[in-house]
Design a protein. Structure first.
Ligand SMILES: Cc1cc2nc3c(=O)[nH]c(=O)nc-3n(C[C@H](O)[C@H](O)[C@H](O)COP(=O)(O)OP(=O)(O)OC[C@H]3O[C@@H](n4cnc5c(N)ncnc54)[C@H](O)[C@@H]3O)c2cc1C
Length: 315
């Protein structure tokens, strides 16, 4: 028989309590990076906590140490740099960014993507860095510990098989980070820092099509900021979700298209929530740039996208 805990749960019930951990609150980015290097895999980074705390409650992550980076001033700020590139601090909340005039006016696809995340309560604390580092998800793994313990482990929980795509030997968990979709269409770059130094990576180079290791973020590294170049054209973001304002997307698309009535000069089309990474539709882009936006080219681009994606099983 299923057991239901009353609101708040019983004090000793593992199903409703976080595991024990030590909470560290660094006073500077340098201190956070030193601690990350020192604690290694025993530590987890907490920004807004809207995903991490759920993952800890489900015992998907059980860190000994939690390092809170949400209020580090080095991870804040929304401003243009000297080259006209928009600099977004990784610890800025989605509410701040989605409502910021520099995004609403200059980067509408990004503002719309961030505005589409979860509910107002989630966006008020959720951060850009947390969104970009959101772990991949699937219906089999993202369950309570009790649910998982009654089943065979999957690739993400110590087993050797994926149950989402029956028999698969690779992990098909989905990347549902809406911000990543818009930022790939906008050709953004990420600033990363570790105790060993700093580096910059394109957002295309940050993600991998691998549900187990979906980013190239190294151990001990943090995303400190996102650099968004001026949009090379008009941009938009569309999300299909079961319930607006709460659910992850069943499918999302971001598009940046440049040109005028005489034709399209450039296009970047990106799909999200359908694979372990945001998927760029290179062939569809080529078709609309070569032939303009007509019913025939739009249909051809859609066919090319279907062919590129292969058989989709919406998880
Ligand atoms: C009800 C609900 C609905 C949601 N709906 C959506 C949705 O529609 N779309 C969507 O995209 N997301 C959704 N989310 C997921 C999540 O809330 C957001 O993606 C959010 O932006 C995560 O940010 P955070 O600051 O809370 O991250 P946290 O929970 O603090 O961290 C998430 C992960 O990122 C890592 N991390 C955080 N900051 C950094 C950094 N600067 N550098 C490196 N790693 C870092 C953490 O260690 C952790 O692994 C939803 C969550 C909930 C609870």
């Amino acid at each position: 028989m299923l057991y239901c805990a009353p609101t708040g749960g019983f004090p000793q019930d593992r199903r409703v309590q976080l595991p024990a951990f030590e909470y560290l609150r660094p006073q500077s980015l340098a201190q956070a990076l030193d601690w990350l290097a020192m604690y290694g895999t025993r530590a987890a980074v907490l920004a807004g906590g809207t995903d991490l705390l759920l993952a800890m409650r489900q015992r998907l992550v059980v860190p000994e140490v939690v390092i809170g980076i949400g209020d580090l001033p080095e991870l804040r700020g929304v401003a243009f740099d000297g080259e006209g590139v928009l600099h977004l601090g990784a610890a800025e909340t989605l509410t701040t960014l989605a409502g910021h005039p520099l995004l609403r006016v200059g980067q509408p696809a990004l503002a719309a993507a961030l505005q589409s995340v979860g509910s107002r309560h989630v966006r008020n604390v959720a951060t850009l860095g947390g969104n970009l580092n959101l772990p991949t998800r699937c219906w089999y793994t993202n369950q309570s510990e009790t649910w998982r313990q009654a089943r065979v482990p999957c690739l993400k929980t110590g087993g050797d098989i994926c149950f989402v795509i029956p028999g698969a030997r690779e992990c098909f968990a989905l990347n549902g980070a809406d911000g990543a979709v818009a930022l790939l269409a906008l050709d953004a770059r990420l600033e990363l820092a570790s105790a060993g130094g700093r580096r910059e990576v394109s957002i295309a180079g940050f993600y991998r099509n691998d549900g187990l290791a979906p980013t190239t973020l190294a151990a001990g590294e943090l995303v400190t900021a996102v650099r968004v170049p001026a949009a090379a054209g008009r941009s938009t973001f569309i999300k299909i979700a079961p319930r607006t304002g709460l659910d992850y997307g069943l499918g999302t698309i971001a598009a940046v298209v440049a040109g005028d009535d005489d034709g399209i000069t450039a296009a970047r089309l990106v799909l999200g929530s359908i694979a372990s990474w945001p998927v760029r539709l290179h062939e569809a882009e080529r078709i609309v740039v070569a032939g303009g936006l007509t019913p025939a080219t739009i249909e051809a681009a859609a066919q090319a996208a279907r062919a590129d994606l292969g058989e989709l099983t919406n998880l």
